[in-house]
Design a binder for this molecule. Structure first.
Ligand code: ATP
Length: 308
């Protein structure tokens, strides 16, 4: 039996809106799952259902194979999309307060608050009121609040939105540290390049239903196409492999040193590169499946009515 969190076949409607329509999501201990989907796909509703902030009409949510209880929920850390901090509390005081609510002894809550202020880069702001912080810094506090009680399951709803590059790097490191200590981590994000760099495991949802779940590499390799990018030492020759589509990456009227082609997945890259080299001097070549963003669009991004 799998350990960790299993949300299975969730259904939820708000009046006439079917927010969840059979959505399933699972995360094992020490696993980092990117939870992806277009606006309105049902990600926040799923996360809120897991932490007990909303009920579902049907489906099950289990932790280590038994239904999630109120007691289990104390072992969850949640960073909501809409920040939920008390604006008139001070940073250190707020983190301590949440630690106490989660059952930590006063001295431990105090020590952890200090450690987390340091870890999220807010040591020098620890006595400032939350309302005096920028949005990004409030998000750092929200991360500390989600982690102060060392949860076994960490749920982060759009944690990267609005963060500067230093904070993005800090948050990425914190997420990997959590995974290394065995925490199950689920995070939603619309920044697919970032997701691809951060994790190997994703669940893609749309219209309240799970569209795909698995390793990013496998999902990319399932694509029927490959991308061949050639950087030439001189302006690119007017050459195109048989059966390929040339993808324009720059201003067509300008001489460019790079050409990118889309090819069927069963094309022979070595033969193509050999053929290319007879048309010009090659500086470098990449041949790979499309990025996660293309896989995502292929699964959920078909404009309505585009089918012929
Ligand atoms: P986003 O990427 O925009 O944050 P999401 O995937 O998190 O989207 P949800 O917030 O879960 O999507 O919303 C799923 C659907 O449920 C949407 O159609 C939304 O309008 C609807 N919905 C969510 N919460 C409520 C609510 N409290 N009342 C009515 N409808 C709601």
């Amino acid at each position: 039996m799998p350990h960790g969190l299993q949300a299975t076949n969730l259904h939820k409607h708000f009046g006439a809106i079917q927010a969840l329509n059979g959505l399933s999501l699972a995360v094992e201990p020490g696993q980092l799952i990117g939870f992806l989907g277009p606006n309105g796909a049902g990600k926040t509703t799923t996360m809120r259902a897991i932490v007990g902030l909303t009920s579902v009409d049907d489906g099950s949510i289990t932790w280590n194979n038994t239904p999630v209880t109120t007691e289990d929920r104390k072992r969850i850390g949640y960073m909501p999309q809409d920040r939920g901090l008390y604006p008139r509390m001070k940073v250190h005081e707020h983190i301590t307060f949440i630690g106490r609510l989660a059952g930590l002894a006063p001295n431990i809550a105090d020590r952890r608050a200090e450690q987390w202020c340091e870890r999220v880069g807010l040591s020098d702001r620890s006595d400032d009121l939350i309302q005096e912080l920028s949005t990004g810094n409030q998000q750092r506090v929200q991360l500390a609040v989600a982690l102060v009680h060392e949860p076994e399951l960490l749920i982060l709803d759009e944690p990267f939105a609005g963060l500067d590059p230093v904070a993005v790097s800090m948050l990425s490191d914190v997420m990997h540290e959590q995974v290394a200590r065995g925490t199950s981590v689920i995070f939603s994000s619309h920044q697919l390049d970032l997701v691809q760099d951060l994790t190997e495991q994703v669940t893609i949802v749309a219209n309240g239903t799970t569209q795909a779940t698995g390793h990013v590499t496998e999902l990319r390799e399932r694509s029927p196409v490959r991308k061949l990018r050639i950087d030439w030492r001189e302006p690119a020759p007017d050459w195109r492999p048989d059966g390929a589509t040339r993808i324009e990456t720059g201003t067509p009227s300008l001489a460019t040193h790079t050409t990118t082609f889309e090819l069927p997945a069963d094309a022979d890259p070595a033969a193509l590169i050999a053929q290319a080299s007879t048309h010009g001097a090659i500086a470098s070549v990449t041949y790979e499946p499309p990025p996660l963003s293309d896989v995502f669009l292929g699964l959920v991004g078909e404009p309505i009515g585009s089918a012929t």
